[in-house]
Every structure is written in C-alpha cells, then in structure tokens.
Design a protein around this ligand. Structure first.
Ligand code: UD1
Ligand code: CA
Length: 451
C-alpha cells in the first residue's frame, strides 16, 4: 500500500512566546518537526507534506527540500490545514496525518496503526491515549464503551463528556479518496468556528465506513508541545529514550541525566561517557572511546580508542588512540591522524595533523598542515592572519618547534627541522636546519645599583 504523510505545522504556537514557529524549537539540537518526520520516514519513501503558515519561511529555510510544502493562508482549523496539503499527494492510497508539534510519536506506533488499518480493512484509524489530565484534548466518544462514534473537542464538550480520559492524539491514517471527499464537505458549525479534521471521522461513520481507534500503550507518545515547560519535558523524555537505546547497545553512561545526545549520533561498542557531556549532530564515535566530563562534540568523527577530556570538538575528524584535552578547543575543519596528542588549552582550526604528532600545551594552530611525529612546544602560535587574509603554515614530518614560537604564515618548516624556543619565524626553514629567530641575550654585569 502506498502511504503519504501530511504534517500540520501552520499554527503559530502563541504560548511559546517566540518569533519562530513552534515546530522549529529544538530538542537536542533537532527541531520538534524533525522528530515527527523521522518517525514517518521509517514507513514511507514519500517526502512528507508539511503544511505551513505562521513563520513558514523559517521552516522552509531550515529544512529546504527535505519536505514538500503547502501553505495554509489562514488558520481555519485542522480540517482546512489537511485540505491545503492534499494536492501534494501523488498516487498514495492512504494518508497519515500528524501534528508537527508532537515529537514523541514513534515509527513503531505508526506501524501499529497501519497494521490495524490494513487488518481491519478500516477507512480511518485514529491514535488515542488514556490521560489523567485530559484537559484541552478532543475526547473519544464510543458507543457503549465499544466502537468509535465521534470525537468531541473540549470546547464543544458537555460536562459529562469532559470526564472522558481517552483523548485524540491528532494522529490518523485515512483512506485518501474518502478523506478528500469528506474534507470538501466539512463545515465550521462549532464553538470555535473552525473546520475540524475530527469531524471527518464522524462523517465516515455516518457513511457506514469503518473507523477504528488504536490506543497507544505508552501515553507519552502523544505528548504535544504548547509552551516551553512542555518543551523541556519532551527534551528530558527524548533524552532518556536516546540514552537508553545506546546503553542497551553497549555504551556506558556515568550519569545519563546530565548527558545530551542527539538522535543521529552513532556509537561503537564499549564507549564510556562521563557526566555533563553533549554530543550532537552528524557524529560517529568509535569503539572504546572515552569521553570525559564536560565535553561538547558536534558533527565529528572520533576514531577507536581515543580519549577526550573536558574539551570542545566541532566538525572535525579524529583518528584512533588520540588524546585530547583537558580543555582543548577544536574549531571546525580539523583532521587528526592516529595517536595524536592535543593537550591543555590548545586551539586548533582548519588544521591537519599527521600520525603521532603532539601539541601538548597552550597553542593556537590554525590553517596548518602538520606532518607526522611533529612536536610543537608549549605556547606556539601560528600567525595566520594579517588583518585581511588567512595564510597557511606547513610543518613537515619530524619537525620540532621550540616553546613559545611564532610561525608567521605563509611559512614552511622543513622535515626534521628545529625551531629554537622563543623564535619568531618569518622565512621558510630548510629540512634538518635549526632556525633561531630571537634577539640575542645581553647580560649587563652589576646592573643593580649599590645603595
Ligand atoms: C487537535 C484536535 C484534538 C486533539 C489535539 C491533539 C482538532 C479539531 N482537534 O486539537 O482533538 O486532541 O489536536 O493535540 O483537530 N494546525 C494548522 N492549521 C490550523 C490549525 C491547526 O496547521 O488551522 C496545526 C497546528 O499547527 C498543530 C496541529 O494542527 O500542529 C494541531 O492544532 P491545534 O490547534 O493544536 O489543535 P488542538 O485544538 O489542540
Ligand atoms: Ca494542540
């Protein structure tokens, strides 16, 4: 069966008190909407259709062509929103409808709904959940506690209906042709003057079509976000869900409550993660990596057996068995070979470092090509910027840079060359040479006046 998905995201999200649309607020570095479409992605190859309205340009700017977009000009209700998305469908026979602000939905739950839709030969399945505090949700009305009858919105409900704990999640699967027909027949005779998608289900029933309810066994999957308190609640739940998945797969967390890992990170086996660590973006961590407390790693690849202590690593690739930190700062675009040491208070940017090289303390190395087995002494600085342009520093294999040297780029330090401590190097150093670029020491005898 070909299945499409329409995700509703045109609402403003007033209670977020934000200039950005609600669905773009992030949970572990990924917008709320991304979680919804991740779940959908596992079930259909079709691009999700996202209905946008308020702040739609921000959504398009962020997600670009990941989605098909349709715009709902005025927010006339969920039925009207789905209608705006329908023409982006191609040859799909069934349509999933989801709320863009409910990130806890899982592919597993959607799969259960689809299975029920097929098995029962239903024309619609709605996902429900039992909730203690059902305030604000549409309630599921059943005939004598049995088959589905209709959904009543909170604002249209009687006092007795308001006591019902089973609520509408806002997630559905519909027969595409019947949905299209029903949407064209929707009216807005209700307390909010809106076109309710939920009325489609009642119309189906009146036509004698089969409508089923799929009740979620974990009511958290339906949690929607309306304000930043709920945003934090969802963050904690999603964080726990992600961390548990990794623990079950062989990653040790010393304190998972303080560990923030975004959903796309990939781990090898026997990784150990200390407290207060954040790992996000497109990151891969190899086997036996140790990530000490207070580290931030984003969009990076960390090779097997590497140890990272209290450091920040952005958009970089590290080889195997490296030692990083404490307090190293790897700004974007570094590539480190194997057994590289980048020690305390070292900043790297756009730098390639060959196998076995060491930059142990207090250095800034930017726009540099560092060969293998190079030793860079404490306090070495690449002077890569003249106020207008950036220039490259090349340090060839086996070179030894004495402490507190300034390498004024563009400059090349040849293979196995030496730079004397405290030098300011402005000219290339030939291979195996010793360069000393500092003023000679003068000792003035008996300088201290007698008194
Ligand atoms: C809706 C359901 C309710 C359900 C609840 C679950 C209807 C009539 N009611 O209520 O039964 O319990 O969701 O959270 O469907 N949206 C648009 N365009 C619009 C209106 C809404 O795109 O014109 C989007 C919103 O951005 C949001 C989603 O649809 O992502 C749900 O809208 P919302 O206003 O929150 O619906 P509820 O009143 O909460
Ligand atoms: Ca809502």
């Amino acid at each position: 069966m070909k299945i499409g998905a329409i995700v509703l995201a045109a609402g403003k999200g007033t209670r977020m008190n934000s200039k950005y649309p609600k669905v773009l607020h992030k949970i572990l570095n990924k917008p709320i909407l991304g979680y919804v479409t991740d779940a959908v992605k596992e079930l259909t190859d079709k691009k999700p259709i996202v209905v946008i309205g308020h702040g739609g340009e921000y959504i398009q700017e962020y997600f670009e062509d990941t989605y098909l977009y349709r715009t709902q000009d005025q927010q006339l209700g969920t039925g009207d929103a789905v209608k705006a998305g329908m023409d982006a469908l191609e040859d799909e026979e069934a349509v999933l409808v989801l709320c863009g602000d409910a990130p806890m939905i899982t592919a597993e739950t959607l799969r259960t709904m689809i299975e029920q839709y097929i098995k029962d030969e239903a024309k619609a399945v709605v996902l429900s959940a039992d909730i203690e505090d059902s305030k604000g949700y549409g309630r599921i009305i059943r005939i004598n506690d049995g088959p589905f009858e209709r959904i009543v919105e909170e604002k249209d409900a009687t006092e007795i209906e308001k006591l019902i704990k089973e609520v509408n999640s806002g997630t559905y699967i519909f027969d595409r042709v019947l949905l299209e027909e029903a949407l064209n027949g929707l009216t807005n005779n209700n307390s909010q003057g809106e076109y309710y998608l939920t009325d489609v289900l009642e119309m189906f029933k009146k036509q004698g079509q089969r409508v089923e309810v799929c009740k979620a066994n974990d009511n958290k999957v339906i949690l929607g976000i309306n304000n930043r308190v709920q945003l934090e609640e969802a963050t904690l739940l999603i964080k726990r869900r992600i961390n548990e998945k990794h623990m079950m797969a062989g990653v040790t967390f010393e304190d998972s409550a303080s560990t923030y890992i975004s959903s796309d990170v990939i781990f090898g086996e026997d990784v150990v993660i200390g407290p207060n660590v954040s790992i996000t973006g497109n990151t891969t961590i190899g086997d036996d990596v140790v990530i000490g407390p207070n580290s931030i790693i984003k969009d990076s690849k960390i090779g097997k057996g590497t140890t990272i202590l209290s450091s920040i690593i952005l958009n970089s690739e590290l080889g195997e068995n490296c030692i990083i930190g404490p307090f190293a700062y790897l700004r974007p675009d570094n590539v480190l070979g194997d057994k590289v040491k980048v020690g305390d208070f070292v900043e790297l940017k756009k730098t390639k470092v060959g196998d076995g090289s060491k930059i142990p303390h207090h250095s800034y190395i930017g726009d540099a090509l560092v060969g293998e087995k190079v030793n860079i002494g404490a306090g070495t600085i690449t002077c890569n910027y003249d106020g207008e342009h950036k220039y490259q520093t090349i340090i060839e294999d086996g070179a030894f840079i004495g402490s507190n040297s300034n390498l004024v780029a563009p400059v090349t330090i040849g293979k196995e060359a030496y730079v004397g401590a405290g030098s300011t190097i402005t000219k290339d150093v030939p291979k195996r040479a010793l360069a000393i670029g500092r003023s000679k020491q003068i000792n003035k005898d008996n300088w201290k006046k007698k008194n």
